[in-house]
Design a protein around this ligand. Sequence first.
Ligand code: SAH
Ligand code: SF4
Ligand code: F3S
Length: 439
Amino acid sequence: MSGKTFYLETFGCQMNAHDSEKVIGTLEQQGYQQVDNEEAADLLLYNTCSIRDKAEQKVFHRLNDYKKFARAGKRFGVLGCVAQQEGEKIFERAPYVSLVAGSASYRRLPELLQRMEAGEHRVTGLDDRQTEETFETDFTARKNPYRAYITIIEGCDKFCAYCVVPYTRGKERSRSAESVLEEARRIADMGYTEIQLLGQNVNSYRDPSGKKSFAELLAAVGQVPGIRRVRFTTSHPRDFTKDIVEVIDAVPTLCDHVHLPVQSGSTRVLRQMAREYTRDWYLERISWIKAARRPISLSTDIIVGFPGETPQEFEETITLLDEVQYDAVFAFKYSARPNTPALVMIDSLPEEEKSKRLQILLDRQKEIQRINYERHIGEVVEVMVEGYQSAREQVSGRSSQNKPVNFTWAHPIAPAPGSYQKVRITRTFPNSLAGEAVQ
Ligand code: SAH
Ligand code: SF4
Ligand code: F3S
């Protein structure tokens, strides 16, 4: 099989994870075979993330760790957000790399691979924010055994002051509702029962044929026969409309969970970040979600230590946590990124101060979560099985609210990933629930 094996490592968000499934399918279609270690591969691919400096550094460390393989004739390709951001500069930093391609060029991968195979040393697929195309393929290699992803919208036009995504993923473009539904039906036929709709701003979705709003598309995917759970991520507060809550209330297969990144609780900081909403605007959307008939779980992303964030403004983020009572918070220290408008703002907060703020925030959230999670004790929740803890008697999965649930299983045959099990909650941990299967 010489010349036709590849190893692929993926960094970053779920969009990247799913892009990798499409890339794997495309490569297999081209006659390549995936292997699970660098040594056995002829082609080493890294699907990269550039969201924070650390993520980007990881990629260059990985390339450096394996450059010894270049001498053995193996080839290297860098895909994803660092590829798009750094472009041809990657060839200078890592001369043994022969392919650099951003996500908006994956449609052209077969051609790019052929050029590389023909001996071209520096093959690039880079985007100029012009493409209207989305990357759809019939060959997606679905690697997740229980959850099927569908990208419904690619790119981003929001240009938040701190963020690389509008530069790394190109302009915002949606797929037709028809093609999304067709894929959902195909996925159901494959036996999947959970679908996750993806987009950098999934709720900014606009059907090019004008037939369906985002909420209508959610409802339609939720009504595909065989589908039991539909998730969607990530929602942007600016485009979060009331009909999304109404449709969650109306369609039982839509999960009881909304991830709505706030980034900061201070209106002034939000303006500096160019988020295009205020604290009050955000909280109004939260009040809609809380007024739903179903108990919808909330999670968010937060950036601490954005340039110029005062101690009082940071405190406003803490009071927002108290007010919303999230079930999960993903918090990050601000990281200055290339090309972004925030780069010119004075990032004068010392690293220790950012770390201190992050710790205060995480401690407060831990307490909020402890109280939220303890409310589940005694409840019976439906869990979709995802896998097992070290011993097979410990099964792990997720509730509709997206909370991790671990439970004991006395039977000799463990339930399969993707199956559903009723679990009585008996204990809680900082980030998970635990209980026993109800036979
Ligand atoms: N499109 C999504 C977020 C995508 S990036 C949205 O608008 O909410 C995922 C998260 O990474 C962001 O929500 C933000 O909290 C964080 N992030 C993005 N850029 C960052 C930066 N420069 N420094 C620190 N965190 C960042
Ligand atoms: Fe980045 Fe803002 Fe776009 Fe989200 S909405 S991807 S944070 S620019
Ligand atoms: Fe990272 Fe690109 Fe996703 S920067 S978070 S892989 S969109």
